[in-house]
Design a protein around this ligand. Sequence first.
Ligand SMILES: Nc1ncnc2c1ncn2[C@@H]1O[C@H](COP(=O)(O)OP(=O)(O)OP(=O)(O)O)[C@@H](O)[C@H]1O
Ligand SMILES: O=P(O)(O)OC[C@H]1O[C@H](OP(=O)(O)OP(=O)(O)O)[C@H](O)[C@@H]1O
Ligand SMILES: O=C(O)c1cccnc1
Length: 482
Amino acid sequence: MKQFDKRNLTMVMDFYELTMSNGYFREQDRDTRVAFDVFYRKNPDGGGYSIFAGLEQIIEYIQDLHFDDDDIAYLREQKIFEEDFLEYLRNFRFEGDLYAFPEGTIMYPNEPILTIVAPLIDAQLVETAVLLQVNHQSLVATKASRIVRAAQGRAVSDFGARRAHNMDAAVYGARAAYIGGVNGTATVLSGEMFGIPVGGTMAHSWVMYYEDEYTAFKKYAETYPDGTVLLIDTYDVLKSGVPNAIRIAKEVLEPMGKRLKGVRIDSGDLAYLSKKTRKMLDEAGLTDCQIVASNSLDEYTISSLIDQGGRIDSFGVGERLITSKSEPVFGAVYKISAVKRDGVYQPRIKVSENVEKITNPGLKKVYRIYDETGKAVADLIGKYDEEIDLTKPFRYVDPVAPWRQRTFDNCTGKELQVPIFKDGKLVYKQPSLEEIRAYVKEQMKEEMWPEEQRFENPHVHYLDMTPDYYDMKMELLYEVQK
Ligand SMILES: Nc1ncnc2c1ncn2[C@@H]1O[C@H](COP(=O)(O)OP(=O)(O)OP(=O)(O)O)[C@@H](O)[C@H]1O
Ligand SMILES: O=P(O)(O)OC[C@H]1O[C@H](OP(=O)(O)OP(=O)(O)O)[C@H](O)[C@@H]1O
Ligand SMILES: O=C(O)c1cccnc1
């Protein structure tokens, strides 16, 4: 196995997870069971949905969670933890339950996408790592999905590693981008680790190393006659790059019985240059030669290039994908929702002036509700032990307009969270990356309304509540205010 994913990442946690855990340990509260929910409040870029990603790395983190001798020694040096707590950490293993949406599930704001029901310290210690995985990979997967949609069926490759916020962001960002729908990556380790198709073209350095563009193209074509993609913008796309590419196709590749696969344009007006390039290639009989475009692209520039009639067959997308530049923070949070006292989970709520920020209390289940055609019409939160019978009209509460009498008629429902860990044991069979990616595609095609996929003012997916759950939340809010 690669050293890269064999690091002990246990200590990737905020210090307060440890100070609180020590406090709970001292209070003899460590065996109290609690529930925490992960949810987020807003889709990036004003979008109508997000894609849940990062679960596999959360599973790996939790399975490997252990403090080694160096970690314990370092914590001892902080001089605030006593030996009995350090000894407890020395033997610590995660013993809780974890439920989550399967990776690749389309998700919406304010619903619990991942829930931990565990002894207090177990639930607290994993907060940082759980959030950072969800926040990073969901962000990039969601951005990738937007970029892929903008490309309207044209291929998109991840070119982002060099602009990523360090190694993990490059390697796991490529994984997330693949989940979101890109066709491949230039990041070799991501190909090796996850089986993502790797590929690429050439850098300007290749063209600049040789004394002239023609020689550079010729050397490349002779080495890779089956997959030559020439970078044509080093000197002048239309006066030099395209004419040299055509000469290579005729003088070098054709005698070998090969065709020129493509050209890449990486600067200038990509719409204008691609149209001119297409015309010149077609006139030379190279109608099958593809045009690749790159240079600070994202869903907005790609949409614009297509609107302008740009003749581009595929896009290489780097910095704005791997950093999700236009909206670089996903903002998922980890909030306590219940504490078990005398055998019963008591709901906990966080009140806020801002209605959106009031948390959803208690142990709960979340369902996706489908109409007769299989389209997802809403998500529904109910109490965890509630029977949801959709065989007859089912009354639900829209928390935005609770006075309205609404029912789901002729609908079916699917529980969204599945068990991942039970008492610290992995009980989930993890899908392959290809399966996760296919699941995203299928939901977008079959289940999600096109209206939710609009870039501007997308339809807001409903998050409804069962009447019992809504009443419980309202009562709790009322009690807390008293
Ligand atoms: N026709 C077009 N419509 C909209 N945006 C475009 C068009 N052509 C290129 N762009 C975008 O405009 C930006 C141009 O950026 P920039 O000025 O850095 O590129 P450049 O002029 O090619 O210079 P460089 O060689 O330094 O990359 C890029 O984000 C590119 O994707
Ligand atoms: O613009 P992005 O979306 O981030 O795509 C990746 C960029 O990385 C490369 O440029 P760079 O100047 O680093 O190297 P080069 O000499 O190969 O062009 C490539 O040519 C793209 O422009
Ligand atoms: O293969 C390419 O063309 C490539 C890869 C990474 C970054 N820029 C370009």
